[in-house]
Design a protein around this ligand. Structure first.
Ligand code: PEP
Ligand code: MG
Length: 538
């Protein structure tokens, strides 16, 4: 038995088998082939295995993300079946008498380069697909895929680090907990763990090579501890606590359908934060009164090309329809910093958190922004949809957004495509936006305070930097005073104001926020009923 400590991001407890996630490390070497036919046979077998795997991924994506989300895997299958591609690889094996891995690697790189140099955006984007397909083939050839986690049963994931992209792709039903060597508690991966309602420990100094898949592990989010190969006694205690937590959850569930109102009669709306259509289930299960933040950028992660207008429209429409008339606030693309997608081709920056991100990308590349806005305005016809813009710092940005939205509206009108103008608000997550919130209030329908970034920018502490977690004081007086100022400026202009950053879920602050007059708190679905309990006990 061995215990290690880490930083906890969700205070639950989990017991289960470990699954170790290792990053792709497969150096491709050029090796002289003894026999070309043997290499070609290996290639064909690997292509067959990859095709089977892609079919499985297609089915999984179809179930979880619908036809639009699954389409990519069909494209991959088509590329893999393309005769030209496999012929070029086979020719190289025969001509140069090299191993199949090397021929796939070189051919994949050549195709990728060719696509990247094309004029049309759609063709350009196929470059990343070619690379991904080649990688999959190489993994199949090297047998690397056999080391990939096989989630036959719910497991505890151990990894060096997890990007938000990797996290969103995981099968949530099969994850009991997370343990990572690196990572900050304010990162989006941590936020995702909270949204998924699973115990997660970051910054655990574990040697992943010493852990084998299947090893029994307890993750104790309350104590911030992970126990490897626990004794039977510890397993019994863990099972008891898991049972107690389930009971507590049942008690909380009795608050479903009840109002979030204090004994003195003050009401506050308690909404949920989501990152995908799938999360709507958690929001409904926990009786969220609406969705206060749909981080739409998660739709752009873990893929090789921009989601199309139709794909986005299908997702937004599904979310508002599932919420059946309850308010759904969809935040426009907030990519950048820790949320990266290769196909954006963003340059490396020294200070990405203060760099080209969020609304800045949308304003500089209006084509991307307009595609999303078209999808949002169209989806607004199907339910109670609001749009919110991230990372605002200046009045001109809001004015420019309003102009672009108007252009999009006119286009839809001319094309006779049904649309509805949604309620539109902005996020207050920079000190600049706080200080001019009186002026901004006149230009927008509502404010939603993003305390994660507001804290990062106010305290000058990178939320991604795990070494600064002890300095990241989420209840810092400066931030609380700012929230107060924003609430007053919003109300003076007759606008509503919510909090959608993680601080909104801090039950030790709920009374302060209610007394300040905050109209809405939007939190991880698992926190909705806990907050309602706190409000009702006030
Ligand atoms: C925030 O900054 O508080 C917020 C809600 O947005 P995100 O965490 O996605 O940056
Ligand atoms: Mg933010």
């Amino acid at each position: 038995m061995r215990r290690l400590s880490g930083k906890s991001v969700y205070k639950g407890i989990a017991l289960g088998p470990a699954v170790v996630l290792k990053k792709n490390e497969y150096p491709v070497q050029r090796i002289k082939a003894a026999d070309a036919d043997t290499e070609i046979l290996r290639l064909k077998k690997a292509a067959e295995r990859t095709a089977v795997k892609l079919q499985q991924l297609y089915k999984k994506a179809l179930k979880e993300a619908g036809e639009a989300g699954a389409a990519l895997f069909k494209v991959y299958q088509m590329i893999l079946e393309d005769k030209d591609y496999l012929d070029v690889i086979q020719n190289m094996i025969r001509r140069e008498m090299v191993n199949a891995e090397y021929a796939v690697f070189v051919t994949g790189a050549q195709y990728s380069e060719m696509f990247a140099g094309m004029e049309e955006e759609y063709m350009k984007a196929r470059a990343a697909d070619m690379k991904d397909i080649s990688d999959r083939l190489i993994r199949s050839l090297t047998g690397y895929e056999e080391n990939e986690p096989v989630f036959t049963e719910p497991s505890i994931i151990l990894a060096e680090d997890l990007s938000p992209g990797e996290t969103v792709q995981m099968d949530k039903e099969k994850i009991l907990g997370f343990v990572t060597v690196h990572g900050s508690v304010n990162s989006h991966t941590a936020i995702l763990a909270r949204m998924m309602n699973i115990p997660a420990l970051l910054g655990v100094p574990v040697d992943l090579d010493a852990i084998h898949t299947g090893m029994k592990v307890v993750v104790d989010g309350l104590k911030g501890e992970v126990i490897f190969e626990p004794t039977e006694e510890i397993c019994i205690q863990a099972r008891e606590r898991i049972h107690e937590e389930k009971e507590k959850l049942l008690l909380l569930k009795s608050l479903r359908g009840k109002e979030s109102i204090t004994s003195g009669g003050r009401k506050i709306r308690i909404y949920a934060n989501i990152g995908s259509v799938g999360d709507v289930e958690y929001a409904l299960e926990n009786d969220a009164e609406g969705i206060g933040l749909f981080r739409s950028e998660f739709l752009y992660l873990g893929r090789t090309d921009f989601p199309t207008e139709e794909e986005q429209f299908a997702v937004y429409r599904q979310v508002v329809q599932r919420m059946a008339g309850k308010k759904v606030v969809i935040r426009t693309l907030d990519i950048g910093a820790d949320k990266m997608a290769d196909y954006f081709n963003l340059e490396r920056e020294d200070n990405p958190a203060m760099g080209f991100r969020g609304i800045r990308i949308c304003l500089k590349q209006p084509k991307i922004f307009k595609t999303q806005l078209r999808a949002l305005l169209r989806a607004a016809v199907f339910g109670n949809l609001s749009v919110m813009y991230p990372m605002i710092t200046s009045v001109w940005e809001v004015k420019r957004i309003n102009e672009i939205v108007e252009e999009v509206r006119k286009e839809l009108e001319e094309e006779q495509i049904p649309y509805k103008m949604p309620e539109q608000g902005i996020m207050i997550e920079t000190p600049a936006a706080v200080m001019i919130s009186d002026e901004l209030a006149a230009l927008t329908d509502f404010f939603s305070i993003g305390t994660n970034d507001l804290t990062q920018y106010t305290l000058a502490i990178d939320r991604q930097n795990e070494r600064l977690d002890d300095f990241f004081d989420t209840r810092h007086k400066a931030v609380i005073r700012m929230i107060h100022m924003v609430v007053e400026n919003a109300h003076r202009a007759g606008k509503w104001v919510g909090i959608c950053g993680e601080l909104g879920a801090d039950t030790g602050m709920t009374e302060t926020f209610v007394n300040m007059g905050v109209d809405e708190l939007s939190v991880a679905p698992s926190m909705v009923l806990k907050l309602r309990k706190t409000v009702r006990e006030m």
